[in-house]
Design a protein around this ligand. Structure first.
Ligand code: PLP
Length: 366
């Protein structure tokens, strides 16, 4: 079976984990701060708080951003449900904005018409690893005094106009799930240049509890246990050293797909703009004839190629349909979700398997 994504774990990763496992701290020791510092430096941000997963990291960022009951948050529907679920967890309302038909990212030209007096934040997703139009979205956020949050769970290591994502929005969120750019098993992080927000996230991450002058725990904020362990941070540190190599290998996979499928006229290959260097978390092709999407998906699955759909529109999930989003429809998003298929893309995907996948796509049509 060829999965759409998978981790790359080496002996160096194993050694790093084992060495931490044998040390004095297996959680909340030196590896946590070391990993946070390394991530902040890599991305060019002032502060980094790691969290138990990307979803927890989103929740922490939203809480630190002050998103609360009855706020509206403008968000892309082309994302994993966690992005919007955590808006609901804050008691706020996701307001879905259509996507661009070229990059599948939020259409920055359609954001302003959705802003009301209740809008608190704009949440964008760097879909498939390609950064959004961050400069334009920053301008809109500043003009309307909104918090700018970038769910960059696909885009660790991606560049926007020569700068790494991570220091460009008010909050940038990463995930270290095994299919993402680097892994800690489960894990996540928030980068920010705002010291107060950073401190608030650290507090909420650990029950809202601080030490008083006697060393006793006192709770000053409502909080959770969203901590990441030293064992996981040791793995993250070891993985982060290899991130640039992983991305280079993902680019080689993409080039191979472009060579093999570039002249095949039944499908549309993904495009990136000149402003970005994508992290290529996902490789999403689109069928021109939407009737062919499911048959192609099942044909590839029958050959052991586990294609997927990233993403059905969030508002089309039964839960969202039943809870206030029953009649949302966005033209570009809906067409995209009927025609997209994610095919495998990860650093160690062998060239023979790429050729096999491409042959099976072409033979399905022939
Ligand atoms: C993976 C992902 C998340 C959630 O991250 P977890 O670490 O799985 O909780 C959120 N948003 C996007 C866009 C993702 O791809």
């Amino acid at each position: 079976m060829i999965s759409y994504g998978r981790q790359s774990i080496g002996d160096d990763d194993v050694r790093a984990v084992v060495s931490t496992l044998m040390s004095d701290f297996i959680t909340q020791g030196p590896k946590v701060t070391e990993f946070e510092t390394a991530l902040a430096n890599y991305c060019g941000a002032f502060h980094c708080a790691v969290a138990s997963n990307g979803t927890a990291a989103l929740h922490l960022a939203y809480l630190a951003a002050g998103i609360c009951k009855d706020d509206e948050v403008i968000v892309t529907p082309n994302t994993f449900v966690a992005t919007t679920n955590m808006i609901l967890a804050c008691g706020a309302k996701p307001v879905f904005c259509d996507i661009r038909s070229d990059t599948y990212n939020i259409d920055e030209g359609k954001i302003e018409e959705l802003i009301t007096k209740n809008t608190r934040a704009i949440v964008v997703v760097d879909f498939a690893g390609q950064p959004c139009n961050l400069d334009r979205i920053r301008e809109i956020a500043n003009k309307h005094k909104l918090v700018f949050i970038e769910d960059a769970c696909h885009a660790l290591g991606a560049d926007y106009k020569g700068r790494k994502v991570g220091g460009l929005a008010d909050f940038t969120i990463f995930s270290f799930h095994p299919v993402k750019g680097i892994t800690t098993g489960e894990g996540g992080a928030i980068l920010t240049n705002n010291k107060d927000a950073y401190e608030k996230m650290c507090l909420i991450r650990s029950h809202g509890v601080v030490k008083d002058e006697n060393g006793f725990n006192i709770m000053t904020e409502f909080g959770f246990n969203y901590r990441l362990t030293d064992i996981q941070c040791a793995l993250g540190l070891s993985q982060l050293k290899k991130l640039d190599r992983f991305i280079t290998k993902r680019h080689a996979v993409v080039q191979a797909y472009e060579r093999e499928l570039g002249n095949f006229d039944k499908i549309i290959l993904p495009k990136t703009t000149d402003e970005v260097r994508s992290a290529w978390h996902l490789y999403v092709i689109r069928v021109k004839d939407r009737e062919k999407r499911l048959p192609l998906h099942h044909h590839l699955r029958s050959k052991g190629i586990l294609t997927n759909l990233h993403y059905p529109a969030v508002y089309n999930n039964p839960y969202y349909r039943k809870n206030g989003f029953g009649d949302v429809a966005l033209a570009n998003m809906d067409l995209y979700a009927e025609t997209a298929i994610t095919i495998p893309c990860y650093p160690d995907l062998p060239i023979e398997q790429i050729k096999f996948i491409c042959n099976e796509i072409c033979s399905f049509y022939n």
